[in-house]
Design a protein. Structure first.
Length: 455
């Protein structure tokens, strides 16, 4: 047989045809199979513990934040000293640096490189993910909980599959890992559907196989939402909802507001590019000596917050943390913010955000939303734009500048401004599209191996 093939190649001058690649799985047949029903059941079951872990993770972060920044200095008889944020943020940097240096894995994805929903997380990587995220979120760094929760849900999903069947097919592991991520992120983003869109758009899910992965994920997310509601009723710790209550009614969009949407989209794209560029420049420098330099970055984040509080007499918490809890206060107290205070807030929060992206571990979603809200409030101090319209446009435009996920970036302000979402939607879409296109133009093209820009 081998001689025949050699003779065939020598006489024709061509190699024999390569064996055909195995056929891709048929989504319809997968949906009809008994194994898929088993995956649905496992996905629903996984949603219960994952949602419970995510709920208590968020509750723990909220409690430790209050303890570290409010209760502890008061218990020590210090009151609320201006310099206090230096201590928890230096400790945060030290803990994150030690975790990333000594534990397996990378502690989750690097947030400076954008929001990612990668493949299944190995269970052995979970300790680094949890410890780095808790040190980041509890002690004041400017990142959100969404990326650690997604990784946590994925790792717990993989662990559940391996406990049931150690030699489970990789496809089944991936589906349940995705279901775990859906369950973990579902209610944090305001609804199971928004969490699903976030993961689908970030992972690039499309085509016939999307439904195969999506259905177990939605089921796990629905179960997770019920768990969140039940735990809130039982513990009273909160629902962690994004919706801003008691907002004034918005009016129909005007031509002036559409022009403002374009302007805010351009400015948001420029500011987002500055934040990302600073983080990407600093990231390799810090990673060379993580244990030493990450605490230094933490101290710089604290100094940005201290500068803001010293100049404006507003609380440093507006600069620190993810901004999820501070955004409703910023919107409701908008009349008490001068243009100068908002400009300084954008500068100090933007610097702290860029620093945190470079070496801490967390998600980029909520700080971007907060900065967008502040940008919209600043624009609303000029004629032709309502306060709520500015906030909605700013949140959408800054979100897409940081995430590069246009669909999710339209949905996020709609969830925050629920009562005004329908009337503001055209403005939000214009702002998001403008920021998305400008951001694409501002982003350098990746280089090829010979140094030339890739097409």
């Amino acid at each position: 047989m081998g001689d025949d093939l050699s003779r065939a190649k020598s006489t024709t001058g061509e190699a024999p045809p390569a064996p055909a690649a195995p056929a891709a799985p048929d989504p319809v047949e997968l949906l009809r199979s008994k194994s898929y029903v088993a995956l649905l059941v496992l996905g629903a079951l996984v949603g219960i513990p994952v949602a419970a872990v995510a709920y208590f993770f968020l509750a723990f972060v909220a409690k430790v934040q209050t303890l570290a920044f409010t209760d502890l200095p008061q218990d020590l008889g210090l009151g609320s000293p201006l310099w206090w944020p230096v201590l928890p943020l230096a400790l945060s940097g030290l803990l994150v640096g030690l975790t990333l240096h000594y534990l397996p894995g990378t502690g989750g994805h690097r947030p400076a490189e954008g929001f990612k929903a990668g493949g299944p997380v190995e269970p052995r990587d979970l300790p680094a993910v949890v410890l780095a995220a808790l040190a980041t979120l509890c002690l004041g760094a400017v990142l959100g909980p969404e990326a650690p929760l997604i990784a946590l849900g994925s790792g717990l999903g993989v662990l559940a599959v391996l406990l049931v069947k150690k030699d489970a097919p990789q496809q089944a592991v991936g589906v349940i890992a995705a279901a775990g991520s859906f369950a973990a992120i579902a209610t944090l983003m305001g609804s199971p559907l928004t969490g699903a869109f976030l993961l689908m758009e970030a992972a690039g899910l499309a085509g016939p196989m999307m439904g195969v992965v999506l259905v177990p994920g939605l089921l796990a997310a629905g179960i997770g939402a019920l768990i969140f509601i039940g735990l809130d009723s039982w513990t009273g710790l909160g629902t962690f909802s994004l919706t801003i209550p008691n907002l004034p009614a918005s009016t129909a969009p005007t031509v002036a507001e559409l022009a403002w949407a374009v302007a805010i989209g351009v400015v948001a794209a420029i500011l987002g590019r500055l934040v990302t560029t600073g983080a990407l420049w600093l990231q390799p420098l810090v990673e060379r000596r993580q244990v030493l330099l990450t605490p230094v970055v933490g101290v710089l984040v604290a100094l940005a917050a201290i500068l803001f509080e010293a100049v404006t007499d507003k609380d440093a918490s507006f600069v620190l943390f993810s901004g999820q809890e501070a955004l409703p206060d910023l919107v409701h107290q908008s009349s008490s913010w001068s243009a100068g205070a908002l400009v300084l807030l954008l500068a100090c929060k933007g610097v702290a955000y860029s620093l945190s992206l470079s070496c801490f571990r967390g998600g980029p979603v909520f700080p971007g939303m907060f900065l967008g809200g502040a940008l919209g409030l600043l624009a609303a101090q000029l004629p032709g734009l309502s306060t709520i319209g500015g906030v909605g446009i700013g949140i959408g435009a800054f979100s897409v500048a940081m995430l590069r996920l246009p669909l999710v970036s339209v949905l996020l302000p709609s969830l925050l401004l629920l009562s005004d979402a329908a009337s503001l939607m055209p403005l939000i879409i214009v702002g998001v599209v403008t920021s998305y296109v400008v951001s694409a133009r501002l982003t350098p093209r990746p280089s090829t191996a010979d140094g030339a820009a890739a097409p």
